[in-house]
Design a protein around this ligand. Sequence first.
Ligand SMILES: Nc1nc2c(c(=O)[nH]1)N[C@@H](CN(C=O)c1ccc(C(=O)N[C@@H](CCC(=O)O)C(=O)O)cc1)CN2
Length: 286
Amino acid sequence: MTATLINGKQIATQLRSELAEQVTELVSKGVQPSLAVILVGDDPASHSYVRGKEKACEKAGILSIVKRHPSSLKEDELLAEIDTLNEDSSVHGILVQMPLPDHISENAVLERIAVDKDVDGFHPVNAGRLITGKDSFKPCTPLGIMKMLEFSGVEPKGKHAVVVGRSHLVGKPVGQLLLNQDATVTYCHSKTNDLASITRQADILIAAVGRVNMIGVEHVKPGAAVIDVGINRLDNGKLSGDVQFDEVQERAGWITPVPGGVGPMTITMLLYNTVAAARGKMSNES
Ligand SMILES: Nc1nc2c(c(=O)[nH]1)N[C@@H](CN(C=O)c1ccc(C(=O)N[C@@H](CCC(=O)O)C(=O)O)cc1)CN2
């Protein structure tokens, strides 16, 4: 068997052009969707992701405001900037690029962003609403994964989904989104015994660990949908996922590549959440 490739770049392009049309419609009604991004420090990858966000906004017609700060920025200065953006009614979405320097509390920052402008979906209120099945902003990478499954015709209902990784940003919320769509969800992590015996039961396998080539063919059930969330930079500068793509594609039913898989969907879902916020909603679904 050779897996069907889930091309995140292609899906992202289609969704971004649909979002651009929705932005044009909003602008014609006098609403200019806008996103404020705060970046602290000099991490090259974060700078590159923020440039990607800026460009994607520009292309979709969303106004992008980027506040760049040195890593010496104090936590209370960052919180004060968030307060100002929270008060500004022309700003629909706010996000703080992660990771933050060690002297700034991630929780304090995430809790400060107004819940109805939290287009990253990281605020504890949005996380709680996701768990209780209420309307909420969903974190962009997990939401992107769900869109990729939908585009590929992989329905979670009744399937066994195994999530390897339990981060707040990806692992936990993607498991919750799958559960909300009636999948049976198992979480695995660094303390899981005999990982392969569990992942081999997965109809949908989400690899979100951040360890190169961690998931090999021995971890995969024939025909499974394998979603690789890992973005690991190798010494030669190339990117590698958490999944051994060449061997796993021979066994899986569907597989996402790295690069060009989940990554481009993350920024697309940020545009999606920003358009929803500009409409005064938390989702674009009718
Ligand atoms: N506030 C946030 N911080 C971070 C998030 C987030 O969703 N919100 N996610 C990641 C970084 N990230 C967006 O911020 C992100 C990661 C990867 C990509 C992407 O398109 N990757 C490409 C490869 C790009 C490359 O060559 O480096 C791909 O996988 O094809 C976009 C956004 C952590 N921080």
